[in-house]
Design a protein around this ligand. Structure first.
Ligand SMILES: C[S@@+](CC[C@H](N)C(=O)[O-])C[C@H]1O[C@@H](n2cnc3c(N)ncnc32)[C@H](O)[C@@H]1O
Length: 430
């Protein structure tokens, strides 16, 4: 083992026959290293002993290494074997076979076989095939380049139901959405006939957001499980795991999960649920004080890497948008909650600041469909981004006006606050 794993680079004339007996060794790690060393020689005369391993070895790691070694040989004689391996039940083996066959993808029957995997049950296989064969096909009706944004949406707040406003928002016009949706029926500003109706409402809104989001850009959603108090002493209160339930909808509509950030607040700032347990101390009656909220990060699914998004910006914008100095490196963000005199559920400017800095560039358009008191917009302007927000309750629109009035950068936009009708008209002029 020691010798096999430490041989390093081998001279081209090295006799690979030394390794062949080890391909039958009882220890899978020795078989693994024997294959790895044979692979370094790039000699196709070992194709047959290695193909025996491919089909007969029971160890998945040894088997995967043997397919990878065959791939590195780039030998046409291996093609029939690699095509057979496309039907293997282990997705890692299929992926290795795909990688090896992509070298021959200019051969029409090979590319035809590979394309058949675009609906493979394994999502990583799907992505590899779609990226290689179908990524140039775009179905959406995109009017703006990646950095551009519609001027009629720059620093605009629309008073209306987001579902109605969204019909006038062009495809792929938003760089980042950061929002905190209504918390089902836990707050006075929203009521839904049922939890399912609430999830259907969010499904509708986030599908629209997906349409208007630019390729490969981010959606950041702040939610937390909520509690609906019990009807009477005869019943228990009900808890709804909003972030977890919403997550399944978001994935299904084409958002890729990127990160879960936990926003923690001091325990003294949240409701105490421990009064009963503190007294009785009986198992099953424990209730944790809820000091956390979720900040879930998603990216609009694309075959392009994040580097592609970064490359769309000029050097100057990239330089000016860099995060300087200290920053939070973990996914645990300790931020004190804030309280607003008008709105009962605002998020702290510090939270918005981090999200906007980490997930957008200067000059980008940042959207908050559930604006509330307008924290997202206020912070976006301060960080040299543009905002677009919707809010359906008039007293919150007034609060946004109050908060934004101090933003000198905004003075040149006199069409900042619009009704749904005004927004529709402006959208048609663009
Ligand atoms: C959790 S609050 C957002 C608070 C905000 N993050 C802040 O810092 O002020 C959600 C907001 O969504 C608004 N809202 C709910 N349903 C809406 C809809 N269909 N269209 C537009 N706004 C809506 C509510 O009025 C509420 O102000």
């Amino acid at each position: 083992m020691f010798i096999l794993s430490n041989l390093g680079r081998l001279p081209s004339e090295f006799d690979g026959q030394y390794f062949v007996p080890y391909l039958k060794h009882n220890n899978p790690q020795i078989r693994f290293w024997a294959i790895k060393n044979i692979g370094k020689l790039g000699n196709d005369s070992y194709l047959i002993p290695i193909s025996n391993i491919v089909f007969n070895d029971t160890d998945p790691i040894v088997k995967r290494e043997s397919v990878s070694t065959i791939g590195r040989m780039r030998n046409e004689n291996a093609i029939p074997m690699l095509l057979t391996l496309l039907n293997d039940s282990n997705p890692e083996i299929v992926l290795q076979a795909i990688r090896a066959l992509l070298v021959f993808s200019h051969v029409s029957n090979i590319s035809a076989e590979l394309k058949k995997l675009s609906n493979h049950p394994n999502e990583i296989i799907q992505t590899v095939i779609r990226k290689n064969f179908f990524s140039h096909q775009s179905t959406s009706n995109v009017q703006y380049s990646h950095v551009e944004l519609p001027s009629f949406m720059k620093n605009v707040v629309v008073h209306g139901d987001v579902r109605e406003v969204m019909q006038f928002v062009p495809d792929e016009s938003i760089h980042l959405t950061f929002t905190s949706p209504p918390y089902y029926n836990a707050r006075s500003y929203s009521t839904y006939p049922s939890y399912q109706a609430y999830l259907d409402f969010l499904d509708n809104v986030f599908k629209q957001i997906h349409r208007v989001t630019k390729e490969g850009r981010f959606l950041v959603v702040n939610t937390s499980p909520i509690i609906i108090p019990r009807v009477s002493r005869k019943y228990s209160s009900k808890r709804y795991a909003i972030p977890f339930d919403l997550h399944a909808y978001l994935i299904k509509m084409g958002w890729e999960f990127i990160d879960d950030i936990i926003w923690t607040k001091p325990e003294t700032s949240v409701k105490n649920r421990n009064a009963g347990f503190l007294q009785h101390r009986k198992p099953l009656g424990y209730k944790a004080n809820a000091c956390t909220e979720y900040v879930m990060i998603y990216r609009k699914e694309t075959t392009k890497l994040i580097d592609w998004n970064m490359r769309q910006y000029s050097k100057e914008i990239v330089e000016n948008s860099k995060i300087t100095g200290e920053y939070e490196t973990s996914n645990l963000w300790h931020i004190d909650p804030v309280f607003d005199k008008v709105h009962s559920a605002v998020f702290p400017t510090e939270l918005a600041k981090r999200i906007i800095q980490f997930y957008s560039y200067q000059g980008d358009l940042v959207f908050d469909p559930f604006a509330g008191s307008g924290t997202t917009g206020q912070v976006a302007v301060d960080l040299g981004r543009y905002f677009f927000m919707t809010e359906q309750i008039v007293k919150y629109i007034e609060r946004i006006k109050e908060k934004l009035v101090y933003r000198p950068l905004l003075s040149k936009y006199n069409h900042c606050f619009l009704s749904l009708e005004e927004f529709e008209i402006l959208s048609q002029g663009e």
